[in-house]
Design a protein. Structure first.
Length: 317
């Protein structure tokens, strides 16, 4: 099979032939149609420290977590069938040896859901990691429910844009923090209020939020703790030493600081797919063939995105 590989960082990315993987117990092999770019790809392919815990170091290295495609082989005990159209994402951890920037990939069947015919492959893979990051952060960690006040920082980015829609689907009142140029875009996703970066100081906001999701990892619990209502939760998408140190302080203050380790769970995938079918938007910023992942990473690094960056694997080599 063809795969986009590297032995020495982003500059060395190249298409190579690799052995076709075989599924083990509980696994399926998926012929990949689309993937999507995540900040984790930059960390792994760029050799950053955090990348060492996000991906196994098998060489040549194949990145890519999100995927949508067709099951073409089934291991013992897997509850999917050859021909099923599926979407989901690989685990963010060292047990993931090779990713989805390849014609075929092996993945636990439990990490996949059947893709509704109404959901295009590009939209499905764009929904996977980011949609479940938003859902599990807001619902499971933050406890967001109808009437909750939610602040999403980085509301036009890859996770933030879906967090706005997910928060609205949970019945929360969502405030999006974004650039002036993205304000109308974020409103269209379901935000009931906007804070404009460079104009509105979120640290001076008079609202007291039940949940703050820092999808851009731009602030800290310490800087935002006064914006949380009693019992409120600050959620970061990336753990770090400062956050770990501030967790005990949060408990003392009667609040919480937490980070999410996202997991691909079939019921959650089915839920966000259902919401997409009901009109929740899945914003796509741009799309690249898999051979141009380096260009896609440059787009991600440049910032100012409005949605996800999709990678077209099928026909993209």
């Amino acid at each position: 099979m063809k795969a986009l590989c590297t032995d020495a960082g982003i500059e060395a990315l190249a298409v190579r032939e690799l052995p076709t993987p075989e599924p083990g117990p509980g696994e399926v092999r998926v012929r990949v149609k689309t993937s999507a770019l995540n900040p984790a790809d930059q960390k792994v392919l760029g050799g950053e420290f955090a990348g060492n815990v996000l991906h196994g170091k098998q060489r040549p290295l194949v990145s890519g977590w999100d995927l949508a495609g067709t099951v073409d082989a089934v291991g013992p005990g897997a509850d999917l069938a050859v021909g099923d159209e599926v979407f989901g994402f690989l685990a963010y951890g060292r047990k993931t040896k090779r990713g989805a920037f390849a014609e075929q990939v092996v993945i636990p069947a439990s990490s996949l859901a059947r893709r509704p015919a109404t959901l295009a492959p590009g939209d499905a893979c764009a929904l996977a990691t980011a949609g479940l990051t938003a859902l599990q952060s807001l619902r499971d960690i933050g406890g967001a429910k109808p009437g909750s006040r939610v602040l999403v920082i980085g509301a036009s980015g890859g996770v933030g844009c879906l967090a706005v829609g997910v928060g609205a689907k949970l019945g929360a009142n969502v405030t999006g923090f974004c650039s002036a140029g993205a304000a109308d875009f974020v409103r269209s996703l379901g935000a009931s209020a906007i804070l404009v970066r460079g104009k509105d100081d979120p640290l001076g906001d008079a609202t007291r939020y039940d949940v703050i999701l820092d999808a851009a990892v731009a602030y800290s619990f310490g800087s935002m703790r006064h914006l949380l209502a009693p019992g409120g939760v600050y959620v970061s998408t990336l753990p770090g030493p400062l956050l770990l140190l501030q967790m005990p302080l949060a408990r003392i203050l009667g609040k919480r600081a937490a980070f999410l380790t996202v997991a691909s769970k079939r019921p959650d995938l089915e839920l966000v797919a259902k919401w997409a079918g009901e009109g929740m938007k899945i914003p796509i910023d741009s799309a690249y063939p898999v051979r141009d992942v380096a260009k896609a990473l440059a787009r991600l690094k440049a910032g100012g995105m409005k949605g996800r960056v999709v990678i077209n694997v099928e026909g993209g080599f």
